[in-house]
Design a protein around this ligand. Structure first.
Ligand SMILES: [Cu+2]
Length: 273
């Protein structure tokens, strides 16, 4: 029975690891192509983590099978009571701590470069506001300033794109808001830093763009900044990654990365006359 169980543990372990490697290589069931300047560092960190964790998992299961085999019941001998081995336990705890702290430190560097740094001053400003169950994207127009918004002015009944005060409650008394462009599609120029200001109208949402390797909560009452530079033109999915209500699964939008000229043309066509 002990031998059978040990072999079963090894088979299940080998089978799971082989299936994971096969599905990653053959089915394309993995992240979409990465299209931002920080995505390489993010993916390297992710790969490092799952290799380290995968090797640890494999070795631990092999050791488990070995223990089951080696110390299986033989005849009618009685089990030994062990009080453990302090030295071995200290070594195992120390190795685990070193590995996890090292992973945390390297991961924190990648994270900080995205979340704790300011966007360069020439970054394109886009305000992203989540609401049940859609995303609004606002551009500040030629003056480079977003107009004031006021929750008292929210008008979801008039949700035609760019309407005033519209779903964002753009205050008509503030001149900076006159040229703001509001869209349900996010368009950005390629190879330019983009500074995103995240807001939420009702509950917590989460702005997730898998191709950018970018994910950040949008929290009511907070303005959260995050920046990125997209490196490849195309159309990419934006999802809400925070369960935000019954139609959460429908809360999606698209990011279109275009050339600088096409971006300016798109924005110009939408500027209020
Ligand atoms: Cu949501």
């Amino acid at each position: 029975m002990g031998r059978f169980l040990a072999i079963l543990i090894w088979l299940v372990t080998g089978g799971t690891v082989a299936f994971f490697a096969w599905s990653k290589a053959k089915t394309g069931w993995w992240f979409p192509e990465a299209i931002s300047t920080h995505a390489g560092a993010m993916d390297r960190q992710f790969n490092l983590t799952w290799v380290v964790v995968g090797v640890a998992f494999f070795l631990a299961q092999v050791a488990l099978g070995f223990a089951v085999w080696r110390f299986r019941a033989k005849g009618d001998e009685r089990a030994n009571y062990s009080e453990g081995n302090t030295r071995t336990e200290m070594i195992l705890v120390a190795v685990t701590a070193i590995v996890f702290i090292a992973l945390a430190i390297t991961g924190q560097r990648v994270w900080a470069s995205l979340h704790l740094n300011q966007a360069p001053p020439d970054a394109i400003q886009v305000e992203v506001t989540g609401q049940q169950f859609l995303w609004n994207f606002r551009y500040p127009g030629l003056d480079g300033r977003f107009g004031m918004t006021n929750p008292m002015l929210y008008n979801d009944a008039d949700n035609s794109i760019g309407s005033r005060p519209g779903p964002l409650g753009i205050d008509p008394r503030d001149p900076s808001g006159k040229d703001d462009v509001v869209s349900g599609l996010m368009v950005v120029p390629v190879n330019r830093p983009i500074n995103v200001t995240l807001r939420a109208k009702d509950v917590t949402h989460d702005f997730f763009v898998p191709a950018l390797r970018l994910k950040q909560d949008a929290v009511p009452g907070l303005k959260i900044n995050i920046h990125f530079t997209a490196t490849k033109e195309g159309r990419y999915e934006i999802a809400c990654a925070e369960l935000c209500g019954q139609l959460h699964h429908q809360m999606r939008a698209y990011l279109e990365v275009r050339s600088q000229a096409e971006f300016e043309k798109w924005l110009g066509e939408r500027a209020p006359k």
